[in-house]
Design a protein around this ligand. Sequence first.
Ligand SMILES: NC(=O)c1ccc[n+]([C@@H]2O[C@H](COP(=O)([O-])OP(=O)(O)OC[C@H]3O[C@@H](n4cnc5c(N)ncnc54)[C@H](O)[C@@H]3O)[C@@H](O)[C@H]2O)c1
Length: 343
Amino acid sequence: MKILVTGGAGFIGSNFVHYMLEAHPEDRIVNLDLLTYAGNLESLADVEDNPNYSFVKGDICDRSFIMDLFEKERFDIVVNFAAESHVDRCIVDPGIFVRTNVMGTQVLLDAAKEYGVGRYHQVSTDEVYGDLPLERKDLFFTESTPLHTSSPYSASKAGADLLVMAYHRTFGLPVTISRCSNNYGPYQFPEKLIPLMLTRALADEKLPVYGKGENVRDWLHVKDHCVAIDLILCKGRDGEVYNIGGHNERTNLEVVRTILSALDKPESLISFVTDRKGHDLRYAIDPAKIEAELGWKPQYTFDTGIRQTIAWYLENRPWWEHILNGEYSSYFESMYGERMAEK
Ligand SMILES: NC(=O)c1ccc[n+]([C@@H]2O[C@H](COP(=O)([O-])OP(=O)(O)OC[C@H]3O[C@@H](n4cnc5c(N)ncnc54)[C@H](O)[C@@H]3O)[C@@H](O)[C@H]2O)c1
């Protein structure tokens, strides 16, 4: 099989490339990535010379480039991870989210249709379902929960999902969609909650926690996510959506406290800052469909996963220090500088 992985230099994409090269040594992986601020080829340095792997720099929105690539490579499968993925950034600049997440998806769908791709898989998010009330622990997102987005990010991901389904219904394109909860694990860019808190705590810097830290996320280890996508590619039914989540709900404050305690750092580092606009309260996935149909079960509890993740960041300091020394530090200043000064 020849598989196009878009966004393979990002957090989940790079984990997926590693996973697939190991799990399916008979397959060929082409990683297409624009290398935005979030794309980092250092995450793939160890597979650069693997004969079953190649990297192409390019934009999923660039129609003629994408058509040429599909003409040349004749992919069997497309897995689309490429996206603008950080909610804080969509509040500053929604336009790039619509461009990449919606229009880029449409270009890929057109190419998949034109060149008869056997399966187009869209990596989506549970955020398309909106949020759940904090006090209703009995409620979970299922695949039939209505789309009800809160942010330009989730609206752009929902728009892409609707296009994917429309290409299935209208043109018969073989598609699947997965909607997962918050991922964590190695190679996550240090703007997201876990690596942000971890790297700042290691430097004894204040940890900015939105609001009261009560928002609940359902944490999914990235390796469990990769296994789930692989199962969907192998056994998932065309035209279906699969929710992926590990029943690992934690408040943001619980996550931050877990990190501080693992690093033996004081809770006085926590600094509660003005909440994110439109901040979703709780996400919680019901993974019953993927468990029953495809036999998927998460292998990581949050406790084992977070311990391994902390160990990975401690053992791989150069990876994240290179990021922190570059563009990221000015981004951090623009995002949190004023809020921290308010304290
Ligand atoms: N991280 C999570 O917790 C999470 C949860 C649910 C869903 N998702 C979805 O999973 C996917 C991957 O998320 P992630 O956390 O790895 O994101 P990421 O931001 O780490 O990586 C995104 C990658 O896409 C690339 N990219 C951006 N624009 C591009 C373009 N126009 N053309 C080609 N490449 C482009 C970037 O360079 C980067 O390598 C996204 O679609 C995201 O919406 C992520």
